[in-house]
Design a protein around this ligand. Structure first.
Ligand SMILES: [Zn+2]
Ligand SMILES: [Zn+2]
Length: 143
């Protein structure tokens, strides 16, 4: 469970000025991983009142650039944000209802994530999205 002071500490550790919108966005993303911009905006407005879409967009960009939040964008989806950063975890995405679930990084267990030929690139991330049906949707398809 994170508190306001945790978010303030995260901002300072990333050399970002502590502002109410930044704290509110961090809290909203932390409490609801894989949220899109509109739902983050809705939650920030519940906390702070009137906040412009542009302000939240700017905060999301600053937090992403600082590495405090991670932006993912599965094909066919709008951008989504999460505070679980730095562990190169992957995502399960449901083709039917677009549910998104975290899954730990497979490095070490799945040889396909070690590029068979890195072509001289210095690799620091393998972005993997596992597509399929979540349990609820699979149940509906194959009752
Ligand atoms: Zn589903
Ligand atoms: Zn995630």
């Amino acid at each position: 469970m994170s508190t306001t002071s945790d978010y303030e500490r995260m901002l300072r550790s990333a050399a970002l000025r502590v502002t109410a919108p930044r704290v509110a966005v961090l809290a909203a993303v932390h409490d609801h991983p894989h949220s899109d911009t509109d739902s983050i905006l809705g939650r920030v407005r519940q906390t702070l009142g009137a906040v412009s879409h542009q302000a939240v967009y700017d905060v999301l960009r600053a937090l992403t650039a600082a590495g405090l939040i991670r932006r993912i964008q599965p094909m066919g989806s709008v951008a989504r944000y999460e505070t679980r950063v730095g562990d190169n975890h992957h995502h399960l995405v449901c083709r039917s209802c677009a549910a998104i679930v975290d899954v730990d990084c497979s490095v070490g267990a799945a040889p396909c994530l070690t590029a068979s030929n890195d072509n001289g690139f210095v690799l620091d991330e393998a972005e993997v999205i596992y597509w399929g049906l979540c349990p609820e949707c699979a149940q509906q398809t194959h009752p």
